[in-house]
Structures are given as structure tokens and as C-alpha cells.
Design a protein around this ligand. Structure first.
Ligand SMILES: Nc1ncnc2c1ncn2[C@@H]1O[C@H](COP(=O)(O)OP(=O)(O)OP(=O)(O)O)[C@@H](O)[C@H]1O
Length: 267
């Protein structure tokens, strides 16, 4: 049995260009994600973050290495849900029908699923729009529906690829908090790809900086913040930003990012 929720072991991946040239994205990459842990992955554009998510979610098959999923707390096999930056709601389905879509892809949707979906939509202030269509919702509301759809499938690991980047600041903080509390209440593990260093520090327990070509982990930083006098106390997206260590972590990660060499990234 795996101790971690996810283990990436000696992962290598290369794309082959039309002219036969090989672009090596990863070579022997290793990292783990523990139970209820939020790990943020930051890296310059082209470092390979989306490719890594496509490999973890099974959309791409690695050239070599292994991605192992640990079991859920109840001993059932672990599962992954992938939430993209774009909400990708189907315009011809109601909000409730969109919310249960992730379940529907695996098995028939039950009344109990619909009830759970309504409860979750209610938690995000969306109960009144359950029978509306996506065009009538704001960007933040649509993204919350997408988050509901992702979480309703009860994943043990959630992949979030720049999920909140298009949202206004207030909605963004609210959804950051939702994800933080999800790890506490459900024990879900999260991998977050973001270009926003503040978001990475505020949300995560650990930050992994990817850089170079092939990409490797150039820095790994455990994020311990003092909130209300307690080091590593319960934080939310706002109190975390006020922690005394916050600017220090910001500087560390910024310097690590600047030092990351992604020469040939556009090759
Ligand atoms: N299907 C593909 N074929 C060839 N090259 C690819 C393919 N997909 C991605 N790449 C290349 O792999 C590298 C990593 O791309 P990827 O999209 O994973 O980076 P990223 O870190 O997510 O970038 P960004 O932050 O801009 O989203 C880039 O140089 C990209 O051009």
C-alpha cells in the first residue's frame, strides 16, 4: 500500500516533433503528494506544468517512469479529478445537470447524487440557479459549478490548473478558501498549478518549482505560516497573506523562478 496519495517516480517524457526531433520535457522526475496536502507547482511558461497534469491524469502516457495512486481512506482505489482554467460547462445543460456530469461519465446518476449536488451548489450560493443555464451566470459562478462538478466525483487527488486566474479578487479568495477547507474536511489532496506566487503560498503546504529543460525540481519549499500566533495554525486565504513569513517565502520562490533556466522552452 502506498503511504502517499500520489507518487511520481522517475518520470520521463518527450514529445517528437514532425521533423523527428525529440523534445525532452522531463527526465527522472520524482515527487509525492501526501494525504490532505496541497502542493503548488510553479514554473515559467513552457516548463511543463500542463504536460505533467496530462501525464498524471492519464491523458498522456509517459515515455518512462511510474505514476502511482494511493488508496482512499476507506481502502477503495484512489481517483483523480482534473479541473481546468476554463469552466467548460455544456451550454445546453442546466447547472444541476452540468454539476453531475463528472459522475455521469462513470455511472448512471442517482437521485442521491442530485441531492448531494444541490447541497454542494447551495454551499457555494448557487442553489437558486440549479435549474438555470450557464449563459445566465457570472464567470465566478460558472467556475464554482466547475469546482462542484470536480468534487462531486469524490476524487482523492484534485488537479487544479490555474483554476481561478480569470476571476475577480474576492471570488478568487473565496474559492481558494473552499479548496483549503476541502482538504481539512474531506482529506482530499490537491495539486495546484499557478503563476501566482501569492496564491501558491497562501494555499499550499509545499511549493515545487519546476525549471530547466528537461524540467527538474529546482526548489521545494515547505510552507509554514504563523497565523494568530500559531505556526502552521489553521489558515485561510486572507490570514495566510498576513503571516510574517509570507514576504520571505515570496522572495524565495521568486528568486527560484528567476533562476530557473527554461532556455529552449519554445523549441
Ligand atoms: N503535443 C505537443 N507536442 C510538442 N510539444 C509540446 C506538446 N505539448 C507541449 N509541448 C511543449 O512542451 C513544453 C511544455 O509545455 P506545457 O504546456 O506543459 O508548459 P507549461 O509549463 O504548462 O506552460 P504554461 O505555463 O505557458 O501553460 C513547451 O515547450 C511546449 O511547447
Amino acid at each position: 500500500m502506498l503511504e502517499n496519495r500520489l507518487e511520481v517516480q522517475n518520470l520521463s517524457h518527450a514529445f517528437i516533433k514532425a521533423n523527428g526531433e525529440e523534445i525532452r520535457i522531463f527526465q527522472n522526475l520524482n515527487f509525492t503528494v501526501g494525504k490532505a496536502e496541497i502542493v503548488a507547482i510553479v514554473g515559467r511558461s513552457g516548463a511543463g506544468k500542463s504536460t505533467l497534469f496530462n501525464l498524471i491524469s492519464g491523458l498522456l502516457t509517459p515515455s518512462a517512469g511510474k505514476i502511482a495512486l494511493g488508496e482512499k481512506a476507506d481502502g477503495t482505489p484512489g481517483s483523480i479529478a482534473y479541473m481546468l482554467q476554463k469552466d467548460l460547462l455544456l451550454p445546453w445543460r442546466t447547472i444541476l445537470e452540468n454539476a453531475v456530469l463528472g459522475i455521469e461519465l462513470h455511472r448512471p446518476v442517482t437521485e442521491a447524487d442530485r441531492t448531494r449536488a444541490k447541497v454542494m451548489l447551495g454551499r457555494y450560493g448557487l442553489e437558486s440557479v440549479a435549474n438555470a443555464y450557464p449563459h445566465s451566470l457570472s464567470g465566478g459562478m460558472k467556475q464554482r459549478v466547475a469546482l462542484t462538478r470536480t468534487l462531486l466525483a469524490d476524487p482523492s487527488v484534485v488537479l487544479l490548473d490555474e483554476p481561478f486566474s480569470a476571476l475577480d479578487y474576492e471570488t478568487r479568495l473565496m474559492l481558494e478558501n473552499d479548496v483549503i477547507s476541502l482538504t481539512r474536511t474531506e482529506g482530499t489532496s490537491v495539486i495546484l498549478v499557478t503563476h501566482d506566487i501569492d496564491e501558491a503560498i497562501a494555499m499550499s503546504n509545499r511549493i515545487v518549482v519546476l525549471g530547466g529543460r528537461p524540467a527538474k525540481i529546482t526548489r521545494e519549499e515547505k510552507i509554514l505560516l504563523t497565523v494568530e500566533g500559531i505556526t502552521d495554525g489553521d489558515r485561510d486565504a486572507v490570514t495566510a497573506r498576513g503571516a510574517p513569513e509570507f514576504p520571505l517565502f515570496h522572495k524565495e520562490i521568486w528568486n527560484a523562478l528567476r533562476a530557473s533556466d527554461v532556455a529552449h522552452a519554445s523549441v
